[in-house]
Design a binder for this molecule. Structure first.
Ligand SMILES: Nc1nc2c(ncn2[C@@H]2O[C@H](COP(=O)(O)OP(=O)(O)OP(=O)(O)O)[C@@H](O)[C@H]2O)c(=O)[nH]1
Ligand SMILES: [Mg+2]
Length: 454
């Protein structure tokens, strides 16, 4: 394959930058630019060579050439990694020179794609690489690292082997159907399939956890104008990010910021106050709020309890109707404004979860953060083996339905042939999952999410 080159580190001011070249001619191409003691064409794999990177006898930088020989490299091909000084000029000069000598600029994910094509890793591992690069939390990084080691692939391959065996036995019986030999009993078939089905379903169920780990657990602060949303937002972030004022309708757009609780990224979203309005900008803001709620994991309705602790009840009722699946937490704000005697009656009784706070004085804000942390932690508790992405989810759902069909087929006492059809369909999709079966479309889908240089 042709040789490709790209910057493997982020561009910008840094101590070092690493340029990676991969392909049959990688070492030949690099050696044309090396001024130093060794003969790069003959040096052993996994060795580092100090010297100058030169172009047309002009030194560009003092660098090291790190040599990896096929098949013992990331891509499985000959690989040279050139470590040069950081910055924005040097690496460009070096890449330009390498391209002039016969390599071409790598596309996004092309190094990892070659690693996959050379069987250095399967598709689930390749996807773990992308997840690792984009990891925003320790937990997702740990799951991706396990995935990269191939533990899930091993499990899936075991299940696949079992299914192939079952399908084989079922089909074999067809040849002997006259003699009524039974190689495997139908209850055995059902039980085996059920085991796999349970595993696949547990992974499907962990999808929402994966999404939360990747994008953050989203908490939307909703409420009437002036209830103190931006004040609370700033308190939760511990900085003055949003404008606070006594004028209703201060926040017109929405603002989002991340905090980390228990290593989970939490996206806090401050929104425009919800009310009937004719102000065109405010209407747009309120429309946006709906799209924000749609994507949030927790709705915190902030009520100005100094008006009344039931002041937002209409809003809460509407939210419950419009978003029946969303979790709602009611925050009774401005508790500092209420005298002690009234507090007792304000607390009242309510079936929804509620917390009394003062965004201004910080009253119960640490408790609120604890509560959010608890909810976020619960929401990701299901994740175990895999950071499930959309491609995997779709395949898993199809596999799940094939397996269910197979079990039903057994129960309906269908012919072995018919039962085997569903099992074969599941086997094929398991192959797509790990990348035993692939086509260009699947590869594009997987590798387009990578960055250039990986
Ligand atoms: N006493 C008291 N005042 C508060 C509290 N929280 C917010 N306020 C005040 O309430 C007013 C409105 O606060 P904001 O945070 O701007 O309210 P908002 O909900 O973001 O308002 P909009 O963006 O207009 O929808 C400001 O004057 C705040 O200082 C609180 O807990 N106690
Ligand atoms: Mg505001």
């Amino acid at each position: 394959m042709d040789s490709i080159v790209a910057l493997a580190t982020p561009p910008g001011v840094s101590g070092l930058a690493v340029i990676r070249i991969s392909g049959e001619d990688a070492i030949d191409i690099a050696s044309k630019h090396y001024l130093g003691k060794a003969n790069l064409l003959e040096v052993a794999s996994h060795t580092i060579h100090y010297g100058k990177f030169a172009n047309n006898n002009q030194t560009i930088d003092t660098v090291t050439f790190n040599i990896f020989r096929s098949p013992n490299s990331y891509t499985g091909e000959n690989v040279v990694e050139i470590s040069c000084h950081g910055g924005i000029i040097i690496y460009k000069e070096i890449i330009k020179a390498i391209i002039n000598s016969g390599a071409r600029q790598a596309k996004a994910g092309e190094f990892t794609q070659r690693a996959f094509l050379n069987r250095k890793m399967d598709l689930l591992q390749a996807e773990a690489v992308a997840d690792l690069i984009h990891s925003v939390s320790v937990i997702s990084e740990q799951v991706s690292a396990r995935q990269l080691q191939g533990s899930i692939t091993k499990k899936i391959k075991e299940f696949k082997t079992e299914l192939i065996e079952i399908a084989g036995l079922l089909e074999l019986e067809l040849d002997f159907s006259e003699e009524e030999i039974e190689f495997i009993t139908l209850p055995q078939v059902s039980e085996k399939i059920q085991q796999l089905l349970n595993y696949i379903n547990s992974i499907i169920n962990s999808y929402s956890s994966s999404v939360i780990l990747q994008n953050g657990y989203s908490v939307a602060i909703i409420g009437f104008p002036n209830s103190g949303k931006s004040t609370l937002f700033n308190k939760l972030l511990s900085k003055d990010r949003a404008i606070v004022s006594e004028i209703a309708g201060t926040t017109r757009d929405y603002l989002e910021e991340f905090i980390y609780l228990n290593n989970i990224p939490i996206k806090i979203i401050d929104t425009a106050g919800m009310r009937d309005t004719t102000d065109i900008i405010e209407i747009e803001g309120i429309k946006l709020v709906n799209s924000v709620i749609e994507q949030s994991n927790l709705i915190m309705v902030l009520n100005d309890a100094s008006i009344s602790n039931q002041n937002s009840d209409n809003l809460i009722t509407t939210l419950k109707e419009d978003y029946p699946k969303h979790e709602i937490l009611i925050l009774q704000n401005k508790i500092d404004k209420i005298e002690i005697e009234r507090k007792v009656e304000t607390i009242g009784s309510r079936e929804d979860e509620q917390l009394f706070i003062s965004a201004k004085t910080n009253y119960n804000i640490p408790q609120l953060l604890d509560l959010i942390e608890q909810k976020a932690t619960n929401s990701i508790s299901r994740i175990n083996d895999l950071m499930v992405n959309e491609r995997q989810l779709q395949l898993m759902e199809q596999i799940s339905s094939d397996l269910l069909n197979a079990i039903e087929s057994v129960e309906m006492q269908n012919t072995n042939e018919l039962i085997a059809v569903d099992i074969r369909a599941a086997i094929r999709k398991l192959g797509e999952l790990t990348g035993d079966i692939y086509n260009q479309e699947i590869l594009n889908q997987v590798f387009s999410k990578f960055c250039i240089g990986k």
